[in-house]
Design a protein around this ligand. Structure first.
Ligand code: FE2
Ligand code: FE2
Length: 241
């Protein structure tokens, strides 16, 4: 595929299976910042545009083996994929990260004061995500799945745009927390004297960042815009309410 500098990074991440990996390598924000053009996104982080384009043009495949085109797959399948892959992962990791963070701050906080700053950010992110995932699974996703099956459910939230707006604000907040975590952990690099738990925490935070970027991209740039369009197609008179 030929790459235009004016294509948004969100669209590129949706269209090219290995684009997310390329963007992660160059620290390009393709989830919350997915509406920036490739040119603007590269400028923002000082990435070499021609190197990014060359990497995107390589005929590489997504190492996860998942090359489903979520721009056209049924929305109910995309919801299932997000829950099975990303929510399941988060439900497993959130309690583990919380326990590791608490223990490491207690034991190593005196020698590493940055851990005291990191602690409330990580615990705050864990708490936010617990509520966020629950709202998606109990309220928003069942509505989108029903919409995909041809039914517009009576909802307590009016148009689907309302919960989506709230979820996108929470995605921005999570993205900001991930940036702070990266800064306070020197890009997830444990210090020389770090014990096993310390190293396990930093590895878990790095893996969580990668997974959340892909998760938020699939929701904010693919699922949510498609759900808004589908609702508008099913109930044109209500779409703008
Ligand atoms: Fe989610
Ligand atoms: Fe979400």
């Amino acid at each position: 595929m030929s790459i235009s500098l004016q294509t948004t990074v969100g669209d590129l991440a949706s269209a090219i299976p290995h684009a997310a990996r390329v963007f992660e390598t160059h620290r390009i924000d393709y989830c919350c910042g997915g509406r920036r053009t490739l040119e603007a996104a590269c400028q923002k982080v000082g990435a070499d545009v021609s190197a990014v384009v060359a990497a995107l043009e390589e005929p590489a495949r997504d190492p996860s083996g998942d090359d489903t085109d979520w721009r056209v797959a049924p929305l109910s399948a995309l919801v299932r994929h997000i829950v099975n892959v990303h929510h399941t992962y988060m439900w497993q990791e959130l309690p583990r990260v919380e326990a590791l963070m608490t223990k490491v701050a207690r034991v190593h906080g005196p020698a590493h004061p940055e851990l005291q700053e990191l602690l409330p950010i990580v615990l705050g992110l864990v708490e936010e995500l617990n509520g966020h995932l629950m709202k998606e699974e109990r309220v928003l996703f069942p509505y989108i799945t029903a919409l995909d099956g041809g039914t517009v459910l009576t909802s307590p939230f009016g148009t689907v745009q309302n919960p989506i707006r709230m979820m996108n604000v929470e995605h921005e907040d999570a993205g900001g927390a991930l940036e702070s975590i990266r800064r306070l952990t020197s890009n997830h690099t444990p210090p020389e004297d770090a014990c096993g738990s310390y190293r396990a925490l930093f590895a878990a935070l790095a893996a969580m960042e990668l997974d959340l970027h892909q998760h938020i991209h699939l929701e904010s740039n693919v699922l949510f815009p498609r759900a808004i369009d589908l609702e508008a197609a099913r109930t044109p008179s209500n779409a703008e309410s």
